[in-house]
Design a protein around this ligand. Structure first.
Ligand code: C2O
Ligand code: CU
Length: 459
């Protein structure tokens, strides 16, 4: 088990307990230019774009059933907007530039004000040129608290990321829309970390019970995680509670934008180090989050946690009466795409590539004027997702959670983002109960920018 920074040799002991603190009092959220010490201190700080100048942005905490009321102040040199990922939100507040609002020009503001019906772990991020803006740091956690939270010693938010930095000066590699990122796996960082540092540290004590709210904020990386000197249970996925906690055995897969809530118990003794490991590109397990076990009053060993209280509106879709749809993911390197429709015109591969388009969803690259589907409010939908590419895609639906439909007709847990693997049939179903225009896109953000983005409309 080793820790690997993007340049060997200088990994110091400067463990930054850089965990975001509590919610900010001010009712603004200012997107601005700032700096962050992402890399070891022997490197310069990285110039970033960040909410309130913090990377990640402040952790916003609100009670379930309450409201998020924040004025976005755009102090960036470019237009921006904020999407509240996973919230079953009022459509006008969804933050999608060009679909649900105009982008907010530099120097201007936008008032976000919406109810949060569901408790759980959510996040917010830029949704104007998100491939670049999220990579530069415009993301943060949004925690909606249960009226009666589970009994734990501490509640920790861990927002994973990877940053593609120039190893000479630790600044972001540009351009953000490099054709290699667009046409292959997306923008992959060369420095991995969480909560704004390559060396995230969560101090613990023997036998402590922690709630870990894991968020994958990376542009394209799928994190494969493992517990080290911890035992635990998965209690929620993408914010939504599981009916019963599931013991973590083996690996956890966290695709871009996905969240998992764990309840873990520290099993190591004082002086040892627990933590979260991830599977590195060389197939070895690397430390991703260090959890040094400090001495202190050991708390009691507890039993299996009770399930989180259920959220509202969790009715199962009706498979028999559901409208059936199919979406085919095509394009990208090594699979090719002969042609697709882009900006109202049929184009061949070369013409598409010339416009930075490498992917299509059912023959359409990028946004269409008309939705992929118009749905009646309340109707059930089953959507087959066919991955005809050689890459995984993290498909995300705005505004509503869905469930995987297994081949035997049983349902998976509610999610807002699901990983589709090449040649693996996948079907999801949901009740279209939230009116408005909702994006359905790949959360490998370079893929979305290069064509893998569509939308549906619920009447
Ligand atoms: Cu995380 Cu279109 O969103
Ligand atoms: Cu994709």
């Amino acid at each position: 088990m080793t820790r690997r920074a993007f340049c060997a040799g200088t990994v110091g002991t400067a463990g930054l307990a850089a965990l975001p603190l509590s919610a900010q009092e001010a009712a603004t959220l200012t997107a601005r230019v700032s700096t962050a010490q992402l890399a070891p201190v022997s490197y310069p700080a990285t110039a970033v774009w960040a909410y309130d100048g913090q990377l990640p942005g402040p952790v916003l905490r609100v009670p379930q059933g309450g409201r998020v009321t924040r004025q976005l102040v755009n102090a960036l040199p470019v237009p921006t907007s904020i999407h509240w990922h996973g919230i079953r939100i009022d459509n006008a507040m969804d933050g999608v530039a060009g679909l649900t609002q105009d982008p907010v020009p530099p120097g201007e503001t936008f008032d976000y004000d919406f109810a949060v019906p569901d408790a759980g772990t959510y996040w917010y991020h830029a949704h104007t040129n998100s491939m670049e803006q999220v990579a530069r740091g415009l993301a943060g956690a949004l925690i909606v608290e249960e009226a009666e939270p589970p009994e734990v010693d501490r509640d920790e938010v861990i927002l994973f990321d990877d940053w593609l930095l120039n190893p000479e000066d630790a600044q972001f590699m540009e351009p953000f829309n490099h054709p290699m990122s667009l046409s292959h796996a997306g923008r992959m960082g060369n420095l991995l970390g969480a909560n704004g540092t390559y060396d995230p540290v969560v101090a613990t004590r023997p036998k402590e019970r922690l709630r870990l709210r894991l968020i994958n904020g990376a542009n394209a990386r799928v994190f494969i995680l493992r517990l080290h000197e911890l035992t635990g249970w998965t209690v929620a996925l993408d914010g939504m509670p599981l009916p019963a906690p599931e013991a973590v055995e083996g690996e956890l897969t966290l695709a871009p934008a996905q969240r998992v809530d764990l309840i873990v118990d520290v099993v190591a003794e004082a002086g040892a180090e627990a933590g979260l490991l991830h599977l590195g590109d060389d197939d070895s397990w690397q430390v991703l989050v260090r959890m040094p076990v400090e001495s202190g009053a050991a708390s009691v060993v507890r039993g299996v946690p009770v399930p989180l209280p259920p959220n509202p509106r969790v009715e199962l879709p009706s498979l028999e009466t559901a409208r059936r749809l199919e979406m085919v993911m095509e394009g990208g390197a090594m699979a090719g795409m002969a042609s697709a429709r882009f900006e109202g015109k049929d184009m061949g591969f070369r013409e598409l590539a010339g416009r930075g388009q490498f992917w299509a969803l059912s023959g359409q690259s990028g946004m269409s004027d008309t939705p992929f589907a118009r749905l009646e409010r309340g109707e059930s939908v089953r959507l087959k997702l066919t991955n005809a590419t050689v890459f995984p895609h993290a498909m995300h639906l705005h505004g509503m959670h869905f469930r995987e439909v297994h081949p035997d007709g049983s349902f998976g847990p509610m999610r807002d983002t699901i990983l589709s693997l090449p040649d693996e049939p996948l079907e999801i179903a949901f009740v279209a109960d939230n009116p408005g225009k909702w994006l359905l896109h790949c959360h490998m953000l370079a893929h979305a920018a290069a064509g893998m983005i569509s939308w549906i409309e619920v009447a």
